[in-house]
Design a protein around this ligand. Structure first.
Ligand SMILES: *[C@@H]1O[C@H](CO)[C@@H](O)[C@H](O)[C@H]1NC(C)=O
Ligand SMILES: *[C@@H]1O[C@H](CO)[C@@H](O)[C@H](O)[C@H]1NC(C)=O
Ligand SMILES: *[C@@H]1O[C@H](CO)[C@@H](O)[C@H](O)[C@H]1NC(C)=O
Length: 192
């Protein structure tokens, strides 16, 4: 009787262990993975990208269009409350006809009552060479008269997965009549 009892106990224990294992995986909330073994992640790299953003707000083909504004927006010199949606080309040189490397697809909101300053939620969508299809997700506050001003890289896709970093923005040209601008971007991204 004793050996039978023992095997029954072993059986019962292994059943409950299997049951516990199932429960554990079904209720898993978070677990640590080996970045190197499971995602083939190498140590972080730093990439410096330099390009020029063409923010065209007037003319026949605007790439930054206001979509909403506060009822009092015109009364404010800082355009406080105005929201624009943006699809700006990014080129390798200040010349709009130079090689296109991607587009900045973004939402700008004029969010300061004391200066011209935009809250930006931006995706830099690259189309150039090895970066084609990769994106950087960017957030930040940009006082337009400050040079340089800075944006935060909060993440990325493709070659920029797990990206972090910052971007320095410098106004290269601003036409007071058309309000169109060319902005130089220097992005520093840490990524795998
Ligand atoms: C603000 O000014 C623009 C251009 O003068 C005009 O088209 C728009 O209707 C005005 N908006 C408001 C809310 O008054
Ligand atoms: C980028 O990739 C898309 C889709 O794979 C392709 O159609 C396009 O030609 C590529 N562009 C460049 C500049 O390589
Ligand atoms: C601003 O744009 C207007 C209209 O396109 C143009 O006539 C003018 O020369 C430009 N000004 C500067 C400083 O580039």
């Amino acid at each position: 009787m004793a050996p039978c009892n023992t095997s029954f106990t072993i059986l019962a224990v292994s059943f409950s262990l299997a049951f516990l294992t199932v429960i554990k995986s079904e209720t898993m909330f978070a677990r640590e993975l080996s970045a190197r073994d499971q995602f083939w992640l190498k140590p972080k790299k730093m990439t410096h990208l330099r390009f020029y953003l063409h923010d065209t707000v007037t003319g026949r083909h605007p790439t930054a269009v206001p979509v909403a504004q506060a009822a009092t927006a015109n009364a404010s010199a800082t355009l406080f409350g105005t929201v624009a949606v943006v699809d700006d080309p990014l080129t390798v040189s200040p010349d709009l006809n130079s090689a296109l490397v991607g587009r900045a697809q973004a939402i700008y909101a004029s969010s300061s009552q004391s200066e011209l300053s935009l809250t930006m939620t931006m995706n830099l969508v690259f189309t150039e060479g090895a970066y084609n299809g990769s994106t950087l997700s960017v957030l930040g506050q940009t006082p337009l008269l400050k040079n340089p001003r800075e944006l935060t890289i909060v993440g990325g896709t493709g070659v920029f997965r797990f990206a972090r970093g910052y971007i320095q923005l410098r106004t290269y040209a601003f036409n007071k009549t058309t309000r169109n601008a060319i902005v130089k971007y220097d992005a520093y991204a840490l990524h795998h």
